[in-house]
Design a protein around this ligand. Structure first.
Ligand code: PAF
Length: 282
């Protein structure tokens, strides 16, 4: 696997692949890779001849007071994992390679509507940073397809909307959440948890499973969500949101069948997110 740090080298390497007529799959990441990221590489591998991963801790998607400086940077381990997973190219640019101007002067992609509420409410500007960097990577790599984890459900919806609105000729592949044996969704931020918090963390997924079962059995939505919030608080979480939305993130209406439960909650200083899809009864 070759690691490329500069845009001209990236363009040259991809030019070779394109001339061969290879399908190119992109796996954008911020590094500190775990099994969830490797599942993205595997999904990419199954669908394309050339797999390119990117590692870029994108400052534009971190708000003031968030963990930009503390975010784990583990390039060497990541390179070894990507290589073992069958990745062909890694693009790992410096911040100034992608953002030539100060961030506030930088052109942005803003996706409306689907960014409202949920993580968009508690992390203002976060999704502008995500859509801008993903749009930039799409422009640089021009992949045939790109793989994203379903754990970041709203992010995936934002990227799908951007691709539709801006007519990027790129297939977006959503890859199911990879969980630890106890149900905790894998995340680079799980490394921030103390041993006690790590023991509590799977309660988030367990609570979502209990709520799903209640809702699929025709439980009252408001009462079920209120009970879920209480259960999370009793377990030691500070819930940010716990919501039921239609699968496309629109509001739930009497005709909604395919829906998704979404939660974000803090455990100490660590913010965890998770989601679970479900089918509402008629
Ligand atoms: O999900 C992530 O790791 C990031 O938000 C992404 C998509 C790589 C953009 O920086």
């Amino acid at each position: 696997m070759r690691t490329l740090r500069e845009i001209p080298a990236l363009r040259e390497a991809l030019g070779d692949a394109r001339r061969r007529g290879d399908r190119i799959a992109l796996v954008p990441t911020m590094g500190n890779l775990h099994e969830g990221h490797l599942a993205l590489v595997e999904a990419a591998r199954e669908r394309a001849e050339v797999v390119i991963a990117t590692i870029f801790v994108n400052p534009m998607q971190f708000g003031a007071g968030e963990d930009l400086d503390a975010y784990p940077r583990t390039l060497e381990e990541d390179q070894a994992r990507l290589e073992a997973a069958g990745c062909d190219l890694l693009f790992a640019p410096d911040v100034t390679t992608l953002y030539a101007r100060p961030l506030e002067a930088q052109t942005r992609i803003v996706v409306p509507e689907v960014t409202e509420g949920l993580c968009g409410a508690s992390r203002p500007g976060h999704f502008d940073g995500v859509s801008t960097i993903v749009g930039m990577l799409f422009n640089l790599v021009q992949p045939d397809l790109a793989c994203f984890g379903e754990k970041d459900y709203q992010q995936l919806a934002v990227i799908r909307r951007m691709v539709a609105d801006l007519h990027f000729p790129i297939e977006i592949v959503g890859v199911p959440i990879v969980r630890a044996e106890d149900g905790l969704a894998l995340s680079s931020r799980n490394g921030y948890l103390s041993p006690e918090e790590r023991a509590t963390a799977p309660r988030l997924h367990r609570t979502l499973c209990e709520l799903r079962d209640a809702l699929e059995a025709d439980g009252d939505i408001e009462a079920t969500l209120a009970a879920g919030t209480r259960r999370l608080e009793e377990a030691g979480f500070v819930p940010d949101y716990l919501e039921l939305r239609a699968a496309d993130l629109g509001p739930v209406t009497p005709t909604t069948r395919e829906a998704v439960l979404l939660a974000a909650a803090r455990l100490g200083t660590t913010r965890l997110i998770d989601n679970l899809t479900l089918t509402l009864p008629r």
